[in-house]
Design a protein around this ligand. Structure first.
Ligand SMILES: [Zn+2]
Length: 314
């Protein structure tokens, strides 16, 4: 049961309990960083609700298989037509659809992934539905940013958060021949299976990550010319920049720990920084993330960020 979900023992225990008591809620919010497996958990939960086998979800019956393939007639994935969810997406995909009774079983499930892309009007449009859905319906919102949801939406959801895994758990989830590459993927994943898998499987992504790693390692010795070159090689693609911020965050957290312990593979780099540098760098990362949302000149902001991320020279 819940075999394809790694770690998150408390969450799984809660869901198993919910299924075995039959006390299934009307609206759930699964939240946590991208790559932690929210969609997998939601599908397993849906399977557990729909499956008729004694040890559910059995992963073999037609309900389970169809949910896995995302073509079950009573398990809907609410889609957005454009970059964000609009009022129309919610009206057509959820509000109008949810009043139809189940086709094959006794329940209907609506899964809405990337719920952070619901604009305010769309969220308001779904309020009444998530407050009083038909008794046969369960709605699952999935999001990597719960702060993007209105308090009125949050208050109607059972919130469940997915946590990063231990390295040993990530390692078990990865398949591959190359031991060294696998180790690097586990390190890069930092408890996130999705990120580790992507590193293992997507060569272009891996090259970009490794380039960024080299840039971060070289910061203490970089002058402005090298920083400009570094900024140019990172680029201004928004998804990549989000990924970069997360990698920087993890790099500097690790570096701070290495400095405190006085040992580790990056001790040479860590000693170049003083303890006063770290709060400034974390603030700069936060600041860049905020500026990205208002679409300022990414190239210039990136250069400023890299400058801030160098050790302060007296
Ligand atoms: Zn089944």
């Amino acid at each position: 049961m819940f075999d394809s979900v790694y770690g998150n023992e408390r969450l799984i225990k809660h869901l198993k309990n919910t299924v075995s008591t039959g006390n299934i809620g009307h609206c759930y919010l699964f939240h946590g960083e991208k790559g932690l497996g929210k969609r997998t958990v939601a599908k397993e939960f849906a399977m557990a609700i729909m499956c008729q086998a004694p040890d559910r979800p059995c992963q073999r019956c037609s309900d389970c298989v169809r949910i896995m393939r995302e073509d079950h007639p009573d398990v809907h994935f609410v889609q957005h037509a454009k970059a964000v969810f609009s009022v129309d997406d919610i009206r057509d995909g959820l509000n109008r659809e949810i009043v139809n009774r189940p086709i094959s079983g006794s329940r209907r499930i609506f899964i809405l992934d990337d719920a952070e892309l619901l604009n305010t009007q769309a969220q308001n449009a779904m309020l009444k539905t998530i407050e009083e859905p038909p008794e046969y319906a369960t709605i699952m919102l999935l999001s990597d940013n719960r702060d993007a949801l209105l308090p009125t939406v949050l208050s109607r959801c059972v919130e469940l958060s997915l946590e990063p895994l231990r390295d040993s758990q990530v390692k078990r989830a990865l398949r591959g021949e190359d031991e060294q590459l696998q180790e690097a993927a586990v390190r890069h994943g930092g408890g996130n299976i999705g990120r580790a898998k992507r590193y293992l499987e997507d060569e272009a992504y891996r090259e970009w990550v490794d380039t960024l790693g080299k840039i971060l390692r070289a910061l203490p010795d970089s002058d402005i010319v090298q920083l400009r070159r570094a900024a140019a090689s990172i680029g201004t693609d928004k998804d990549r920049l989000i990924e970069m911020l997360s990698q920087m965050q993890r790099w500097f957290s690790g570096l701070m720990k290495t400095k405190a312990l006085g040992e580790g593979p990056d001790i040479g780099c860590a000693t170049e920084y003083s303890y006063e540098d770290f709060p400034r760098i974390f603030a700069a990362i936060e600041n860049f993330s905020t500026r990205m949302k208002v679409n300022v000149n990414a190239e210039l902001s990136l250069l400023l960020l890299l400058q801030e991320a160098c050790p302060a020279r007296n």
